[in-house]
Design a protein around this ligand. Structure first.
Ligand code: FRU
Length: 498
C-alpha cells in the first residue's frame, strides 16, 4: 500500500519535473528530480540495472522532511527517474527517512535499510530526535516498510551510545551468506564511532562490535559509513562532521575520510593503518559505493557541502547533484579514484596538442566548452628550470572563470571559484598538497571533467581528487592556460555528451 504522503510526493515530482529545462541540469551527472537532493542512498545493482536512491525533499530546493528519491541506469551516466521510493509516513520515521543502503535478497527482492527519525518533544518546548534503523522491501519501484520496524533501536545500543546520532546503515553480504551493516554513532566522548551489526536473514539484526572509533581525532560525529574489502585491504569511508584542519589533508567543517587497514572477516576485526581525505576539493560528501557485477568497486558522492548549500536564492528550482561515478582501487596503501570507464563512450571531438610551450596567457584552437574531458601533462620546458606557477582557467568569459593552479615549489594545487558568480563570503578556494614526489619537479598530470556546473580534477591517475560546483552561465565556456615561467604541456581534450 502506498501512503498518501508518498502518493503526493510522486504526483508532485512528476508535474514539477517538466518545469526544469534539461539544459539547466548537469548532462551526465545525476541531479535531483525536483527540489532538493543530498546523500546517495541504496546504491546497488538490482535486476540488471544500477539503482541510486537519494536524500530528497521534493517540495523545496532546501533540505526538509527527508524522502528517498530514486533513479536507475545501465551505465551510471544515463539516468532515468523512478517514482520516489520512501516518504516519512510512519510514526517511527515521521521526521525523515534518512540515509541508508540496499542489498538484493536471495529470493530476488530488494531490501532497503534506512534511518527513521522521530522527534520527541518535551514540555519546555525542547525536542530531541530519536534515530532508529528501519527496513523496506520492494521490487525496484515500490517498497513496503516492514511491520516490525524499527529493526534496530535504542535497546540494541551498548551503554553510552547516543540514540540521537545513530544513522546511515550500509549493508553488505559476507561470503558465508550472513549480513552485516555499519552505522554511524556518537559515543560518550562526544566524537564518532562506527558500529557493526549482523543478521542471518537481513531482517533480524543484532549488535556485534564497535568497528572503528574516532576518539576525537577526525571531527566529531561520523556520518555515512561504507565498509568493503578492496585489493586485499579493509576500507572504511566516513564523512565526519565538525572537522578541524590538519595540514593540507583535512579542512574545517564536514569532510571525507578514508581509513585503510587490515580486515579479518572471521572475527570482524578492522585494524587501521592509514588515513586520508577522499576528496580535497570543496564539494564532496557522504560517498557510497556499489560492487559492480564485473567486480569494480564504484563510488558516488553528493557533490555539495553542508556549509554552503543553503545560500542559494529561494526561487532556484533545484539543488543537488551527485559526483561522477569513480572506480576505486588501493595502491601502495592509498585510495585511488578513476572516472568510470563508461565515460569514454561519451567522448567526441578529440583535440590534441603535444609539447605546447606555455608562458604567460595562451588559449588553444578547439579547446573550450562546459562539458569536457581534458587530460593535461605538465613539465618544465627546460629540465631543472622549474616554473613558479601554472594555471588552467575554465568556464571563462570576460567576467567569470574557475581555475586550477599549481605551484610546483610548494607542491600545491589550488581550485578557485571566486570568480564564478558567488555573492557570498564563503569558501571559494581549496588547496591540496600533491602527494606525488615529482610534483616538486614541476611534473603533474591532471584529468579535468566538466559538466555544466561542476569540475572534478583527478590528479596523477587518481591519487588525489578535487571536486567543486559553480553556477555561472553556460556562455562562459572559455578555457585558457597561464604560466609564470615556462611549462611544456601535452593536452588531449574531448567534448562530453550524453
Ligand atoms: C549526511 C546526513 C546523514 C543523514 C542525512 C540527512 O549528509 O546528515 O547523516 O542521514 O544527511 O538528510
Amino acid at each position: 500500500m502506498i501512503s498518501q504522503t508518498l502518493r503526493e510526493a510522486r504526483k508532485f515530482e512528476e508535474t514539477v519535473e517538466k518545469t526544469i529545462p534539461g539544459a539547466e541540469r548537469p548532462d551526465f551527472h545525476l541531479s535531483t528530480r525536483v527540489g532538493w537532493m543530498n546523500d546517495p542512498n541504496g546504491f546497488s545493482f538490482y535486476n540488471g540495472k544500477y539503482h541510486m536512491f537519494y536524500q530528497y525533499h521534493p517540495y523545496d530546493s532546501h533540505w526538509g522532511p527527508m524522502h528517498w528519491g530514486h533513479a536507475v541506469s545501465d551505465d551510471l551516466l544515463h539516468w532515468e527517474y523512478l517514482p520516489a521510493a520512501l516518504a516519512p509516513d510512519e510514526i517511527y520515521d515521521r521526521d525523515g527517512c534518512f540515509s541508508g543502503s540496499a542489498i538484493v535478497l536471495p529470493d530476488g527482492r530488494h531490501l532497503l535499510m534506512y534511518t527513521g527519525v522521530q522527534k520527541e518533544k518535551f514540555k519546555n518546548g525542547d525536542s530531541n530526535a530519536i534515530q532508529t534503523q528501519c527496513l523496506a522491501v520492494g521490487d525496484g519501484v515500490d517498497y513496503e516498510k516492514v511491520e516490525n520496524n524499527p529493526v534496530l533501536d535504542t535497546k540494541d545500543l551498548p551503554d553510552g551510545c547516543s540514540r540521537s546520532d545513530f544513522r546511515d546503515p550500509k549493508m553488505w553480504r559476507k561470503k558465508d551468506g550472513t549480513y552485516c551493516c555499519v552505522v554511524g554513532n556518537r559515543p560518550a566522548d562526544g566524537s564518532g564511532q562506527i558500529l557493526l551489526f549482523t543478521s542471518r536473514d537481513g531482517f533480524a539484526w543484532s549488535f556485534k562490535k564497535v568497528l572503528a572509533e574516532n576518539k576525537n581525532r577526525f571531527g566529531r560525529m561520523w556520518e555515512c559509513p561504507d565498509f568493503f574489502e578492496l585489493d586485499g585491504k579493509g576500507v572504511l569511508l566516513i564523512s565526519p562532521q565538525d572537522m578541524l584542519p590538519q595540514g593540507f589533508e583535512y579542512h574545517n567543517g564536514n569532510g571525507t575520510l578514508c581509513l585503510i587497514g587490515s580486515y579479518d572477516e572471521d572475527t570482524d576485526t578492522f585494524i587501521e593503518e592509514k588515513d586520508q581525505s577522499i576528496d580535497y576539493g570543496i564539494d564532496f560528501y557522504a560517498p557510497q559505493t556499489v560492487l559492480a557485477p564485473d567486480g569494480r568497486r564504484i563510488m558516488i558522492g553528493w557533490m555539495q557541502n553542508w556549509d554552503t548549500c543553503n545560500l542559494h536564492a529561494p526561487e532556484r528550482a533545484w539543488l543537488g547533484q551527485m559526483s561522477l561515478p569513480r572506480e576505486l582501487s588501493v595502491k601502495n596503501g592509498k585510495l585511488c579514484q578513476k572516472p568510470l570507464r563508461e565515460l569514454d563512450a561519451l567522448r567526441s571531438g578529440r583535440v590534441e596538442y603535444r609539447n605546447v610551450p606555455v608562458c604567460g596567457n595562451i588559449s588553444l584552437e578547439g579547446i573550450k566548452g562546459r562539458k569536457a574531458d581534458m587530460e593535461l601533462s605538465l613539465r618544465p620546458k627546460e629540465k631543472g628550470d622549474i616554473y613558479q606557477k601554472f594555471a588552467v582557467r575554465f568556464a571563462q568569459d570576460e567576467n567569470y572563470q574557475t581555475s586550477l593552479s599549481f605551484r610546483p615549489h610548494e607542491g600545491i594545487l589550488k581550485i578557485d571559484r571566486k570568480f564564478s558568480g558567488s555573492r557570498r563570503a564563503i569558501i571559494h578556494q581549496r588547496r591540496c598538497l600533491v602527494s606525488a614526489p615529482n610534483a616538486k619537479k614541476g611534473e603533474l598530470k591532471v584529468r579535468i571533467i566538466l559538466d555544466r556546473f561542476s569540475v572534478e580534477v583527478f590528479v596523477n591517475d587518481g591519487e588525489q581528487v578535487m571536486t567543486a560546483v559553480f553556477y555561472t552561465d553556460q556562455t562562459a565556456d572559455g578555457i585558457s592556460f597561464f604560466a609564470d615561467g615556462t611549462v611544456s604541456m601535452d593536452i588531449v581534450k574531448y567534448d562530453l555528451c550524453r
